[in-house]
Write a protein that binds this ligand. Structure first.
Ligand SMILES: [Zn+2]
Ligand SMILES: [Zn+2]
Length: 479
């Protein structure tokens, strides 16, 4: 991540992948909402700002990368991976086996150049592992690769003209400026595939200035990188056979070429927005995080995720509206969905929608009870019971009362059963509330007289209820 990293509006430590043009909120890969739409004859994923419900723009993958100046060790080890290493060794061996063969030299040159260029484009596309030799080397178009040599030759030609005609100072100055601009020109060549654009100072200089001081930092690295190998070579004992020195020189040359093209590719990737180079977000994610391949999510899952993000972002009214829509569809799969019901209930509370709670609260309680969610059911019951206008079905009241009773929460159990009785006078199920109340008065509230009184009342009113017999037997134990 660069120092100017844009962070997710909901996760202040995560780099953002998308940003909304409308509300300027930024979202990480977890917080963006994905929507599958049928476009151009195939399903395509659109990335939607959860707040504005419109497509958001990728921030640019530069936002997701560690800056090139902190990953120097990785540039050094890049050519040591299988393909570039084997290639460098084989090419160096060929160089010493056929030291005077022009054909071998030319083939080596072409292969090495193609591979280095493949490293550059491959890295610039966000693929941070080396390209495989087979596909990149022998199937792709060669002309693109040799365009860079056209540029090198052109500059060398101008340099020799200036050097020969005007003098060493003029030639030297031109060489220096060309050297400074060369990586920028190569990047423009990759980006536009046009020599004319790549050598146009009116294109290259603005691009360099957009990268800013970091561009010159890259140049410093490009200069310093060969210093190590060169120093190594300097210390190779003179007594070593010439053939080994030759081999090492060739090997280090390839090593350095691969590193520098990898570095340039990475800088192009990191600054692709500034340079104007397109990096496809989906390809980038797939190539950098193969394990995290885009999960296929159903439209229902996407909507639930959208609701969660709205809640996380504090957009409760909007979330409430979405949940309401989900539930109003009357779909079988959401009808008994406790999670969705809970979201709706909590949002109604947060948004202080009393009418909504009066309507949805009892239904939510019923779902909690049928899914045996005791603690939550008790809590919701008491919240609902505090509002006199809310009608709680007697079945729900009885269920909660029995749970409280079983937990030994006798006072709250009594309050619950009493409400059942008051709310549903003469209801056929009331003995289920009276029986535990009789026991509570006798066993826990030290009031057998009251227990007896209620018991007699139950026997009078509900003589045929299955619990009547139990009440009668219990009254006998009170005496
Ligand atoms: Zn937005
Ligand atoms: Zn996030």
């Amino acid at each position: 991540m660069t120092s100017e990293c844009i962070e997710c509006s909901l996760h202040p430590s995560k780099p953002a992948h998308f940003q909304c043009n409308e509300c300027s909120s930024a979202f990480c890969s977890e917080c963006i909402v994905q929507r599958q739409d049928f476009q151009n004859g195939q399903m395509e994923t659109n990335y939607i700002c959860p707040f504005c419900n419109i497509p958001a723009d990728p921030v640019g993958v530069g936002n997701l990368l560690e800056p090139f100046w902190t990953r120097m060790p990785k540039f050094f080890t890049y050519p040591l991976q299988t393909t570039p290493l084997i290639l460098a060794v084989v090419l160096s061996l060929l160089a010493i086996i056929f030291p005077h063969s022009l054909i071998v030299w030319l083939i080596c040159f072409i292969v090495s150049t193609k591979y280095a260029y493949a490293i550059l484009t491959h890295t610039a596309q966000g693929r941070l592992t080396p390209p495989s030799a087979s596909t990149e080397l022998f199937n792709s178009d060669v002309s693109q690769v040799f365009k860079q040599y056209v540029i090198f030759a052109l500059f060398f030609f101008i340099f020799s003209l200036l050097f020969g005609w005007i003098g060493i100072i003029c030639g030297g100055l031109f060489a220096l400026v060309s050297f400074l601009m060369m990586p920028g020109m190569l990047m423009m060549l990759v980006t536009t595939n046009s020599i004319l654009v790549a050598i146009n100072p009116f294109v290259v200089i603005p691009v360099i200035s957009r990268i800013g001081g970091r561009y010159f930092l890259m140049l410093v690295f490009l200069i310093l990188l060969p210093a190590g190998p060169a120093a190594l070579l300097y210390y190779v004992p003179a007594a070593l056979p010439a053939v080994i020195t030759l081999f090492l020189t060739a090997l280090l040359k390839h090593y350095y070429t691969f590193i520098s093209y990898n570095l340039m590719g990475y800088v192009l990737l990191q600054y692709h927005e500034e340079i104007g180079y397109d990096v496809d977000y989906d390809d980038f994610i797939e190539s950098t995080q193969p394990g995290k391949k885009k999960k296929k999510i159903t439209p229902e899952q996407a909507r639930l995720h959208h609701i969660d993000i709205l809640i996380k972002g504090g957009r409760h009214e909007a979330a409430l509206e979405m949940v309401r829509e989900e539930l109003s569809d009357n779909r079988e799969d959401v009808k008994d969905d406790v999670t969705l019901s809970e979201k709706y209930y909590d949002l109604l509370k947060v948004c202080q929608k009393r009418q909504g709670i009066i309507k949805h609260g009892p239904e939510h309680l019923r779902l909690l009870i049928s899914s045996n969610n005791k603690l939550k059911a008790i809590k919701v019951y008491e919240e609902l019971a505090a509002d006199k206008e809310i009608i709680i079905p007697i079945e729900s009241g009885l269920a909660v009362g029995k749970w409280l009773y079983k937990r030994g929460d006798y006072k709250r159990a009594r309050v619950c059963f009493t409400r059942c009785i008051k709310e549903n006078p003469k209801h056929a199920k009331l003995p289920e509330a009276y029986y535990p109340i009789i026991r509570l008065f006798n066993e826990h509230f030290n009031n057998p007289a009251q227990a007896r009184k209620i018991g007699k009342g139950v026997l009078r009113t509900y003589p045929k209820h299955p619990l009547a017999e139990k009440v009668q037997q219990y009254l006998k134990t009170i005496g």
